[in-house]
Design a binder for this molecule. Structure first.
Ligand SMILES: Cc1cc2nc3c(=O)[nH]c(=O)nc-3n(C[C@H](O)[C@H](O)[C@H](O)COP(=O)(O)OP(=O)(O)OC[C@H]3O[C@@H](n4cnc5c(N)ncnc54)[C@H](O)[C@@H]3O)c2cc1C
Length: 398
């Protein structure tokens, strides 16, 4: 019997993880990535709870911890840079705004790619142009002109997945009303290894985070009713950010000054909601299926656990329909929890009014107090996403 074949589209987090486990299950795996090389951009991401266990089962946990950003914790700053509350980095698998496993997205992607490159065929600089499935397989035409048939296709293309639009045109995007601009800026002598989150008022936040390569990862958050900024040219985005953050105080001007030249990326936060994550022989995983957005703190955790769960279901069932149903039945409650943000997020964390700023400061002080772990509730939920609310299935016996 020839090995079953699968095409995985997207080589970030969910794609290579799915590819790794499907190769282990005996699939002949091809990964296609639309960029010409592995993307090394992105900022600090958290790996929590069951996702740590996925890396452990892949033998990558120690390498991922060793490649961490070294972030010591999160400190929230109010007017004039005055400290509001401080959360030291977590020392367990799941809790805190700074997780024990904080790693640059590009580094984790690289680890996953290195782990899979010998067992998986990677095609860079190409992408799916057409998908036609019948009862026995999926005919894939690529933008390069290549044509190939696979038994299964898994789309792991992130929140803006184009191939998803070919097969799930009804996927709905729920915008959260917030834009984040990410940029990498030079590190200064007075920078620290803490994530400094300046609550600037008028719906704005300025973040400075350490990395392990001697630069600072900055981001500008702004609550806005304007949509479509992410589709605009960079100069339009930069002008809009300069207008929105003018006079915001603290280290804002330093970040605004870097906007012209720094590596830069802007995202209009949207969750993806779908009634089903598969159709026929094509399945979705990671942000392409259920993006929870960066403010959830759980996107990478869902991507790693979802990838493992999908592959485990396919490894344990010869019928892909049964496997896809099992994958969805296991992951759906976890994804629902991850997508359900604490009340008022992201607006409450980026207050517009002075009253809102004071109320957020009060929530933070409660959340940072020793009592918070006991009382839980909104304050606890604000800093700790529900990453421990999932039990990974065992890997099926051969
Ligand atoms: C460059 C980048 C930077 C990021 N930075 C941050 C960050 O700073 N903070 C944060 O919380 N999250 C960030 N994320 C998102 C984070 O990686 C995801 O939320 C999470 O890890 C889920 O990963 P994913 O693999 O499902 O999707 P993603 O990480 O979004 O990866 C999708 C992959 O698919 C590729 N792709 C897209 N379309 C196609 C196509 N048509 N054909 C082939 N390949 C395609 C993309 O190039 C990308 O490599 C970033 C993602 C990317 C791609």
């Amino acid at each position: 019997m020839p090995s079953p074949t699968v095409l995985v589209s997207g080589a970030s987090i969910a794609g290579p993880t799915t590819a790794s486990w499907l190769a282990r299950a005996g699939y002949e795996v091809t990964v296609v990535e639309r960029f010409a090389a592995l993307r090394d951009d992105g900022q600090n991401i958290d790996v929590r709870g069951a996702a740590r266990e996925v890396l452990r089962r892949m033998g990558l946990e120690d390498a991922a911890l060793a490649a961490g950003t070294g972030e010591q914790g999160t400190v929230f700053l109010g007017e004039g840079g005055r400290e509001l509350a401080r959360f030291p980095a977590s020392t367990d698998d799941t809790s805190g705004p700074t997780a024990e496993m904080e790693i640059l997205r590009g580094r984790l992607g690289e680890l996953l790619h290195d782990h899979t490159r010998d067992a998986v065929r990677y095609l860079f600089d190409d992408q799916i142009a057409g998908l036609a499935q019948d009862l026995d397989g999926v005919d894939v035409s690529f933008a390069s002109g290549r044509e190939e048939r696979f038994d299964l296709v898994v789309l792991a293309e992130g929140v803006s997945s184009r191939s998803r639009d070919l097969v799930f045109p009804a996927a709905s995007r729920e915008y959260l009303g917030m834009v984040i601009a990410y940029l990498t800026i030079p590190r200064q002598d007075d920078d620290t290894d803490w994530w400094r989150w300046y609550v600037a008022g008028r719906g704005r936040g300025v973040n400075l985070r350490p990395d392990d390569v001697g630069t600072i990862r900055a981001s500008l958050n702004v609550i806005t009713e304007t949509r479509g900024l992410d589709d605009q040219p960079r100069e339009v985005q930069v002008a809009a950010l300069r207008r929105a953050f003018a006079g915001a105080g603290w280290q804002t001007d330093r970040v605004l000054a870097a906007l012209d030249d720094a590596p830069f990326y802007l995202e209009d936060l949207a969750q993806v909601h779908l009634d089903s994550w598969s159709t026929g022989r094509i399945a979705l995983v990671g942000d392409a299926a259920w993006c929870a957005t960066p403010v959830s703190g759980i996107g990478t955790t869902l991507a790693l656990t979802g990838a493992y769960t999908l592959a485990a279901a396919l490894a344990g069932n010869t019928d892909h329909r049964t496997a896809f149903a099992e994958y969805e039945q296991r992951m759906r409650p976890f994804v629902d929890k991850g997508q359900s943000l604490p009340p008022g997020v992201p607006q409450v964390a980026n207050p517009r009014t002075e009253l809102g700023r004071r109320a957020f400061g009060a929530v933070l002080r409660v959340a940072a107090s020793p009592l918070a772990a006991k009382v839980g509730g909104v304050a606890g939920r604000f800093t700790t996403p529900p990453a421990d609310k999932y039990e990974l299935p065992a890997w099926p016996a051969a």
